[in-house]
Design a protein around this ligand. Structure first.
Ligand code: NDP
Ligand code: X2W
Length: 335
């Protein structure tokens, strides 16, 4: 293993890529070797995002040149990511893909939600990048890590202990998110005037994160079809999921708390709290903060999980995975 592995970030002009570049730039063990963009070629990243303080110039992607890195974070939109991931793999580069192109295991489901895949020969070749879900050892060895979606990160960390215990009979996941989850380009829905002093549900006809959550709950033993509805809030960063679980049998508050305590003992990036978690509690951290409560009137298990969508939901989770891949302490540069 090289002393200071070189890591490139592709799509560094976007919100997730820029933060990944910033975390790597100040990381004590990795060298941020190159950052790329299409529309901002020649600009310094600290000109675009002064707060990240990365004085590197964005370059045009050139796989032959950038393919000499030890690893790369691909921060492109879905579909555009897969061909670049393939180009990197052809050159032996280990990849963390922030898009959904390698998260799902069923191609028909992928096509239904995202359209044709950009490198079908590699489809299914990623390791799901959620260490706390039981993928830690596979991530260490992975050639492609499929970094999870932000909502699935919060929902799955929030529900995993119940799912493993066979307690998820049915679940409704109500989610709230800040606007940075939609990326850098403003749309009619994410325009300040549409979002400010407002809150509204979206993705009602079927959000693409629902099958990702179903898939990973099934891998934990819970065969359910979740109802998942996100809401857009006038925040820049932060995400909260409130999950309403109909358990397969009656459970007590204490039993559920014990289950979560046992499940997350030793997981430094999961915080259990008796108070309802807020997005501010986890802002700019790699932490998922979770509370559970068994509702006496209905017997439902309520689970609340807060994360920062750009940190644990994307970029710091990518660095956590990169640390695992290169044998470093998992929290290096992000704790
Ligand atoms: N924002 C978030 O909270 C989360 C994001 N993600 C995922 O991370 C990835 C990046 O998201 P985010 O940073 O928010 O998005 P942005 O839209 O902010 O950034 C996307 C980046 O990709 C580049 N890009 C856009 N279109 C293409 C294309 N067709 N081919 C190549 N490059 C392209 C953009 O720059 P340029 O046009 O200059 O090339 C930009 O650098 C996405 O896959 C997203 O789903 C995952 C979890 C949470
Ligand atoms: C506010 C907003 O639009 N948020 C995004 C979540 C982005 C995300 O996590 O991710 P992936 O695109 O990587 O799946 C959404 O709901 O689509």
């Amino acid at each position: 293993m090289p002393d200071s592995p070189k890591v490139s970030v592709f799509g560094a002009s976007g919100y997730a890529g820029a933060l990944a570049a910033a975390l790597l730039h100040r990381h004590p063990r990795f060298e941020l070797s190159a950052i790329t963009s299409r529309s901002d070629v020649g600009r310094r990243l600290d000109e675009l995002y002064p707060r990240h303080r990365v004085p590197l110039v964005m370059e045009e992607l050139d796989l032959d040149r950038h393919g000499d890195a030890d690893a790369a974070i691909v921060a492109y939109p879905h579909h555009a990511a897969a061909p670049v991931v393939k180009g990197l793999r052809d050159r032996g580069v280990r990849v963390i893909d922030l898009s959904a192109d390698f998260r799902l295991t069923d191609l028909t489901t992928y096509e239904q939600y995202y359209g044709p895949h950009g490198a079908p020969e590699l489809f299914g070749g990623g390791v799901y990048g959620l260490a706390e879900l039981g993928y830690r050892e596979r991530i260490r060895e992975a050639a492609i890590v499929a970094n999870p979606g932000c909502f699935p990160t919060a929902a799955l960390i929030g529900l995993a202990p119940l799912a493993r215990a066979g307690l998820v009979g049915d679940v409704v996941i109500d989610a709230k998110t800040g606007v940075s989850g939609a990326g850098r380009a403003a749309t009619e829905k994410t325009h300040f005037v549409s979002v400010d002093e407002n809150v509204s549900a979206y993705g009602i006809a079927g959000h693409r994160h629902a099958p990702e959550i179903d898939q990973e709950l099934a891998a934990l033993g819970a065969q359910v079809t979740v109802t998942f509805i996100p809401h857009l809030l006038p925040l820049d960063q932060g995400e909260l999921i409130s999950a309403y679980v109909r358990p397969t049998r009656a459970v007590s508050d204490e039993e559920v708390r014990d289950l979560y305590r046992d499940a997350y003992e030793g997981e430094r990036f999961v915080e259990l709290t008796s108070a309802s978690p807020g997005v501010r509690d986890v802002r700019e951290t790699n932490i998922a903060r979770i509370a559970t409560h068994v509702e006496a009137r209905t017997g439902r298990v309520l689970v609340f999980a807060a994360i920062d969508n750009l940190w644990k939901g994307t970029s710091s989770q990518a660095v956590q995975n990169l640390n695992l891949m290169f044998g470093y302490d998992e929290g290096t540069g992000i704790a």
